[in-house]
Design a protein around this ligand. Structure first.
Ligand SMILES: O=P(O)(O)OC[C@H]1O[C@H](OP(=O)(O)OP(=O)(O)O)[C@H](O)[C@@H]1O
Ligand SMILES: Nc1nc2[nH]cnc2c(=O)[nH]1
Length: 175
């Protein structure tokens, strides 16, 4: 059986921490005087969600959704399935979706429309990673941690077949 091999470190824990501080401060400025709801997308966004929320100095609540389109593969099925919906009512709220990666854009495009249809005041996106080379669907991303090249990324929440989410840095699978 072929073993999957993790490449070198692309982005360190220190770089991620610093970027979360910067984006948290930017969100705090952008929503001054407003309340927000951060919606973390399970499971990939768990670590990044923790980083961002620590640096947002506003009245805020959190909630989580789980969606899936990749399964045990490095290719999106193109079909987004909601595995877990929100527990709270977001009508009239400023929502920020917190994701680990925007690749084809399929997941975020689906989620953004889904949340806008719940009569929210606003819906923005905050992603740890953006992979523009993978894009198949146009999507505006408001807060981006880092841009990554066209590799299958693992670590810091991102998995391959559920493994490697625990790596405290961003790396990639060797071809
Ligand atoms: O832009 P796209 O091509 O749609 O890819 C992005 C999505 O893919 C991953 O989810 P996955 O389905 O692997 O679930 P996970 O978060 O549980 O790993 C990632 O967390 C994003 O939600
Ligand atoms: N782990 C992982 N999940 C993804 N989902 C979409 N793109 C990626 C990627 O590069 N790595």
């Amino acid at each position: 059986m072929a073993r999957d091999v993790v490449g070198e470190i692309m982005i360190t824990q220190e770089q991620i921490t610093k970027r979360a501080e910067e984006l948290g401060a930017q969100i705090t400025r952008d929503y001054e005087g407003e309340e927000i709801v951060l919606i973390g997308i399970l499971r990939g966004a768990v670590l990044w969600m923790g980083d961002i929320m620590k640096h947002v100095d506003l009245d805020m609540t959190i909630d989580f959704m789980a969606v899936s389109s990749y399964g045990a593969s490095t290719k999106s099925s193109g079909v987004v399935k909601i595995v877990k919906d929100l527990d709270s009512d977001i009508e009239g709220k400023n929502v920020i979706i917190v994701e680990d990666i925007v690749d084809s854009g399929t997941t975020l495009n689906y989620l953004k429309h889904y949340l806008e249809n719940r009569n929210t005041k606003s819906v923005r996106i905050c992603t740890l990673l953006d992979k523009p080379s993978g894009r198949r669907v146009e999507i505006e991303v408001d807060y981006i941690g880092f841009e990554v090249e066209d590799k299958f990324i693992v670590g810091y929440g991102l998995d391959f077949d559920q493994k490697y989410r625990n790596l405290p840095y961003i790396s990639f699978l060797e071809e």
